[in-house]
Design a protein around this ligand. Structure first.
Ligand code: GH3
Ligand code: MG
Ligand code: MG
Ligand code: MG
Length: 307
């Protein structure tokens, strides 16, 4: 699972992880950086990997020569993992031969700082790379978020589906997709106005988010009044439970819709497809089948789900 997403409204110090087997060096680096950063410490590669698996880190200062795993190997491991590959890594090392520096960049580092360290240079480089990382994070959030509902957008949906599909294939687990479409939404917009339509979309988005239980479940707005949910490690029975929860919650919320041919409140139709991924099938096929089920739900009277 990915570390929790960052909240940019909160005033939070950037997190810098110092990985070094020498406690004196760790102290020196921490003193050089001052109070502008939240400094985390790991004495070896294993401790480093544990920290970055559990929290989001903005920069790693990495020693090369360490007893268990070398900094070069550790850097490669971090860069090979999709959940950690965007963390910038600066090597802090006494190795300064051309081929060592080249190797550091080849395994994915963004910079090099020589030991013995100069506090001024270290601070300047850390500030530069942390600033870039924070800007990159903001751009990534913008590129993957639907601005109206703050749900994941279609790009994020497609990316997540590919990742979760592969993960479920590796672990021999089923994956379920729910395709969700608001019923008679054109009539809602035409009668209550576009502003009310936007508010309704936001409220439905919140309801969908409330209906899923796990951190790995993804709710997305695909466009217009169409949404989708990815439920990794979930079979058809589990997916039907989520769909029923959505329908029940919308009934309780009772957003009035007097121009609907279905019922007097805002409702949705849901198509479900749960599959065990295999090497011969593709995620797109699951979406297609969920779309066909959604069509059935619409045909058979709306405000319901079909598998
Ligand atoms: P059905 O029950 O068969 O799904 O019919 P429908 O009216 O919901 O579906 P249709 O595809 O005919 O209309 C979708 C409407 O959604 C069209 C448009 O007015 C509205 N819509 C799409 N995107 C937005 C948006 O971002 N904001 C608002 N307010 N309305 C939107
Ligand atoms: Mg060392
Ligand atoms: Mg539609
Ligand atoms: Mg619709």
């Amino acid at each position: 699972m990915q570390p929790a997403a960052k909240c940019y409204n909160q005033v939070q110090l950037p997190k810098v992880l110092v990985v070094d087997d020498d406690p004196n060096m760790i102290r020196l680096i921490a003193e050089s950086l001052g109070k502008n950063y939240d400094i985390l410490v790991a004495r070896d590669g294993r401790a480093c990997l544990k920290i970055i698996a559990n929290q989001s880190v903005d920069l790693i200062l990495l020693d090369v020569m360490m007893p268990d795993i070398s900094g070069f190997e550790l850097c490669q491991t971090i860069k090979d993992n999709v959940n950690t590959q965007d963390i910038p890594i600066i090597f802090v090392t006494s190795l300064e031969q051309e081929h060592d520096v080249a190797k550091g960049f080849n395994v994915g580092a963004v910079d090099f700082v020589s030991k013995p360290i100069s506090a001024v240079i270290l601070r300047a480089r850390v500030r530069t790379h942390v600033t870039m990382k924070i800007q990159l994070d903001k751009m990534q959030v913008l590129a993957t978020t639907d601005p109206l509902t703050l749900l994941a957008n279609r790009r994020k949906f497609d990316e997540t589906l590919q990742l979760e599909w592969k993960r479920c294939l590796r672990n021999t687990k089923p994956i379920a997709i729910l395709m969700i479409d608001i019923d008679n939404f054109k009539a809602y917009n035409d009668n209550y106005g576009h502003g009310a339509g936007d508010e309704c979309l936001t409220q439905v988005a919140r309801t969908l988010q409330t209906s899923v239980a796990r951190a790995s479940d993804l709710v997305a707005r695909l466009g217009g009044e169409e949404f989708a949910i990815i439920l990794p490690d979930c079979d058809n029975k589990g997916a039907e439970k989520v769909a029923q929860r959505v329908i029940n919650l919308l009934e309780q919320e009772n957003i009035p819709h007097n121009f609907s041919d279905t019922c007097s409140h805002i409702s949705v139709s849901i198509g479900i497809c749960a599959q065990l991924p295999s090497v011969n099938t593709q995620a797109a096929k699951t979406c297609e089948l969920a779309d066909q089920a959604l069509y059935q739900a619409k045909q058979q009277g709306k405000n319901q789900f079909k598998s």
